[in-house]
Design a protein around this ligand. Structure first.
Ligand SMILES: [Zn+2]
Length: 638
């Protein structure tokens, strides 16, 4: 104990200090979460599972914030649509909820990768706190495709919802399986494989039917969904799509099928707004292949390194074909790239001769002449340590970028990530490497529909109402303008925020509820399941604001009397000339509140005592100096 006090007496740097405090906060939050694990509730869950004659799936820690929000009653025959997460353009956490009677169906379940204002968090997930109470009614999740902004939150959301059954296409299921296996949830998960070339209506619960359709995007096996309910609601849900007549491995867009769907009187279309800002048509995947072929065929000196998204399987297929034709050897680098190629090859999506792709290792790569090496590497702008970044910093175990290497960015910059991408490009240029981006040559296309493709979708589906999705208000408003420009009635375009409630009546009218769910940013920090929520962000914000007050009591374990003086440490809370006065005031209050509380309730629990101290000091500081610091009382028993 003495050491501890000696340590405290030392002058800590600001970084050391915030780090210590942060650790304590995280520990405190973790303890609270653990405490919430109620045995009673778990027993109830086992009972219900027994009654429903299904296997009980163990509850994983769910630290979604508690909520008292209930969904308003849904009128008979009405179909409800609730956007849960996608109101942000950058790598959005896509998720929607549909309800008919007492069936609730979720479509997609994605993450949003961390932005600078998320202060050290890894990513955020949709806030489903108010859905947890309906877990016995949410038995189905439909997934459109295997991008992380559509599947990445499954591992956090499946357990508190009691592992609903996942409906998806073959490749999507396999990629989800890989993620759930890593999270040790695979043995609890159930899947139903659906096919886009089947016209069969898949029954979802008692009231929904779903049809799945083929759509072009930047990953194979992407589908859009037609959901129907007995309440005359026909909802077309495209999510990510583009229209490509010459894709590399999937089939061309099937416009006649979309037209056929449009003849069924569609009530509502939910459609991708990501490309709303771009005029014309997006480039075809085949055009990109032609540009890459020109570069690869004419490359006769040094190495060629191609950075692309690990899930862009069609791009990899094009590179395999080109390299085979021109006698080049492909080496792959980056874990997610290797894993996705392995899955796609296993399932027959990637076709190649034996040895066409080799995993990169220092020994294997030496055997091939430099100018015949084509190194395909992961370029995930969200992974801080993606293979290319490591190569540019000479931290990669088998490859360092050297003078005259050529690096092609066969990828786009996700809006908001420009600074970090240009940072990597600058590092490469400083090493005297050649850099080619999509701004120099056609080495990349978008996976999302541009304005003309959006018009085709709206025209063919011909819905009564239109809900632009996936994008912030700016992108969704542009999508609305595009719809209005082709004659779509402005009043039938719904610009909804996350967790707003839309009810579709059987007579094809729409009711927008005024009830708005209070939502929070749920962030994931670390590798565990749901290890942190927004309280951590708030705590960090406060630390960044630098108002911190720590009060340390040393007390006798038996008598609970304070031993010696209470220690007070503050950071940036008070100006130099007021330190003495404020500390004196805090000291007196801290002493009084501790002694009075312990006197009144001798067996008070420490957490309650700490809460009272915090509340009283908060009130004092707000009243006296009009500041609200983070207050951390620490009680040390000796
Ligand atoms: Zn996508």
């Amino acid at each position: 104990m003495k050491d501890f006090f000696d340590e405290l007496d030392k002058e800590l740097t600001w970084e050391e200090w915030t780090e210590e405090i942060q650790e304590e906060i995280e520990e405190e939050i973790q303890n609270n979460v653990e405490a919430k694990k109620s045995e009673v509730e778990e027993k109830k869950e086992i009972e219900i599972a027994l009654q429903e004659n299904r296997e009980y799936r163990p509850r994983t820690i769910s630290n979604f914030p508690e909520t008292k929000f209930y969904l308003p009653t849904l009128r008979e025959g009405y179909t409800r649509v609730i956007p849960i997460g996608w109101n942000n353009e950058t790598g959005s956490k896509n998720m929607n909820l549909f309800q008919y009677w007492d069936d609730l169906v979720i479509v997609d379940c994605g993450v949003q990768f961390a932005e600078p204002d998320m202060l050290g968090a890894n990513y955020s997930i949709p806030d489903i706190s108010s859905l947890i109470q309906y877990k016995d009614k949410i038995k189905w999740i439909l997934i459109t495709h295997a991008h992380l902004d559509h599947i990445g939150a499954l591992k956090h959301i499946l357990p508190p919802l009691w592992m609903p059954t996942i409906f998806a296409t073959k490749l999507t299921i396999w990629i989800i399986k890989k993620w759930l296996e890593e999270a040790r949830l695979l043995s609890y998960a159930t899947f139903v494989e659906v096919s886009w070339d089947s016209t069969e209506k898949v029954k979802i619960g008692n009231h929904f039917t779903a049809e799945f359709f083929r759509v072009n995007h930047s990953i194979p096996d992407c589908v859009w969904i037609l959901l129907e309910t007995p309440g005359w609601a026909r909802i077309v849900h495209t999510w990510d799509f583009k229209i490509d007549f010459t894709p590399a491995i999937d089939k061309p867009a099937d416009l006649s099928r979309i037209w056929e769907i449009g003849r069924r009187w569609i009530t509502l279309l939910l459609s991708d707004s990501t490309g709303s800002i771009r005029k014309g048509f997006s480039k075809s995947e085949k055009d990109i292949g032609e540009s890459l072929e020109k570069i690869i065929a004419n490359h006769t000196k040094w190495r060629l390194i191609i950075a692309t998204f690990s899930s862009w399987i069609s791009r990899v297929q094009q590179l395999i074909n080109i390299c085979d034709k021109h006698g080049k050897q492909i080496f792959v680098s980056g874990r997610s790239m290797v894993e996705n190629i392995a899955i796609a090859k296993e399932l027959g999506y990637l076709k190649m001769k034996p040895g066409a792709i080799k995993k990169m290792s220092p020994k294997v790569i030496e055997e091939v002449a430099l100018h015949n090496q084509v190194i395909v590497t992961t370029w995930s702008q969200w992974e801080e340590f993606s293979a290319l970044t490591r190569m540019s910093e000479w931290k990669h175990n088998s490859l360092e970028i050297i003078k005259w290497d050529t690096i092609i960015f066969s990828s786009s910059v996700v809006p908001g990530n420009e600074r970090s991408v240009y940072g990597v490009i600058n590092k490469l240029l400083a090493l005297w490497a050649n850099v080619i981006t999509k701004d120099d040559q056609d080495v990349h296309t978008w996976g999302h529909a541009f304005q003309e493709e959006q018009k085709i979708m709206l025209n063919l589906v011909n819905p009564k109402y239109f809900l632009p999705v996936y994008g912030d208000l700016y992108f969704r408003s542009l999508h609305k303008n595009t719809a209005v420009s082709i004659g779509f009635p402005e009043e039938n375009v719904l610009l909804q925020e996350n967790w707003s409630i839309i009810d579709l009546a059987p007579n094809q009218t729409v009711f927008k509820s005024r009830i708005k769910m209070p939502i929070q940013d749920i962030i994931i920090d670390g590798n565990g399941i749901g290890t942190a929520n927004s309280h951590v962000i708030k705590a960090r914000e406060k630390m960044m604001d630098s108002w911190v007050l720590v009060i340390i009591y040393k007390v006798d374990t038996k008598t609970k009397e304070i031993i010696g003086n209470i220690k007070i440490e503050s950071r940036w809370l008070v100006y130099l000339d007021e330190v003495k006065l404020v500390h004196k005031m805090v000291f007196k209050k801290a002493k009084d509140v501790y002694e009075n509380t312990v006197w009144d309730v001798p067996d008070i629990e420490e957490k309650d005592l700490v809460k009272i101290i915090k509340t009283d000091l908060e009130a004092l500081l707000l009243q006296k100096i009009e500041r609200q610091p983070m207050i951390i009382p620490i009680i040390l028993y000796v």
